[in-house]
Design a protein around this ligand. Sequence first.
Ligand code: UD1
Ligand code: CA
Length: 451
Amino acid sequence: MEKEIKAIILAAGKGKRMHSTIPKVLHEIFSKPLLGWVIEAIQRLGHETESIVVIGHQSHDVEDYLNNNYKYVKTTFQKDQLGTGHAVAQAVPLLSQFRGTVIITCGDTPLITTKTLKNLIRFHQDNDSDLTVMTTRFDDPTGYGRIIRSSKDEILTIIEEKDATETQKEIQEVNTGVYCAKWTKIRHAFAELNNNNAQGEYYLTDIVRWSRKQGLKVLGYEIKDNREIYGINSRRNLSYATELMNQRKLEELMDSGVTIVDPKTTYISPETEIGQDTIIYPNTYINGKNKIAKFCKIGPMTHIRGNCEVGEESKIGNFVELKNAKIAKKTNVCHLSYVGDAQIGSNVNIGAGTIFANYNSITKEKKGSTLSDGVSIGSNSVIVAPVEIKQNAFVAAMSCVTKDVEESSLVMTRGPQKEIKNWVKNKKGEKLNESRTGNTNGEIGKDTSNS
Ligand code: UD1
Ligand code: CA
């Protein structure tokens, strides 16, 4: 089972600089906690890759999140945050039987990709390394541990900023905080670490020196794109990481044949798939998991909130919000509409200002509605869930649909139009009479605005 992989994710720190009442790793990018992005990057290595998360600060909240969302995750509790080495030590008892490869990483670096983790593991295994440290370079390496190499491949030690000499501080190659190791070779290190350093902490980085002392092979694997290990310590970092994650997604979409008219004002979650030759217009926000097919037009100013599907050649226009909506092909929702919890067929036209009323605020229940192919909904209508509107039915403008509608029917719920001929002219005439005679007994059109 040497090929088996498990991960240890460090997430016990407080994240003081967030100035927050929620734990740092639960802050979100595209509505997913930082820790979730890291766990999912690991899970994509193999469906059942287990992560052991070291929790400490507000551990109950973090644990609840993990239990509610992930199956292959275990937690271990670090009561006092005595350092990164001490954090990993808390995971050792859970891995006493484990003989495979361990990845160690942090819960606050959400930009790490599965591809990079795969490359790291491949490098580690191809070179028969015992411990591989993932490194990268920064023009300004301030704050990071510096990599001291003994040769092109091998690493001698890692020196933390606070322990570094002036010459060492000039080294631009840094420790990313991501490691890959043969677990049986390094697991004894954690009981032997000390805290004789500037910060009085048990440094995880000291496993490099420890491993070398044991005669183990310690290699450095350098990645070019240092944005992948961008860590979040503050709200500013959080917004920059959001920008980076978004940028990466937009570039990937454009490279695959999607037009993004204005990347500066467009946000698309990495979890959304978009087909070729679809055009995304400015000020569009697409969050969560969605599938948008080929040849669609989305935006400007569209908000897609997740769990949505949009079929080929459909149009979702300005000030339209979609949530949990499955829309088939050649359907238009072009202006000012809310479509939530709905199943909509093809060639459907949803008129401007249509609202799918899906939520009962008293029972707190959400219900869905279904519209079959060819349905037409007139402007300013309300579809009160649950209703089913069958094929080719026509809902007149300003209808409030509360019951199912048969195929090809016309539904109209507004009052019939009433017209009173010459009403305006007569009213003006009356006014004139009033002022002449002082008579205020008007009939229709009596001005009651002052009463
Ligand atoms: C660490 C590395 C540094 C590297 C940098 C990369 C050490 C000693 N230094 O420094 O070489 O360049 O990461 O980002 O490892 N944590 C715990 N328990 C603890 C301490 C920390 O769970 O007792 C967690 C934190 O929540 C965080 C991660 O470990 O997710 C890293 O800790 P942090 O204190 O930020 O380490 P750095 O000083 O950034
Ligand atoms: Ca850090």
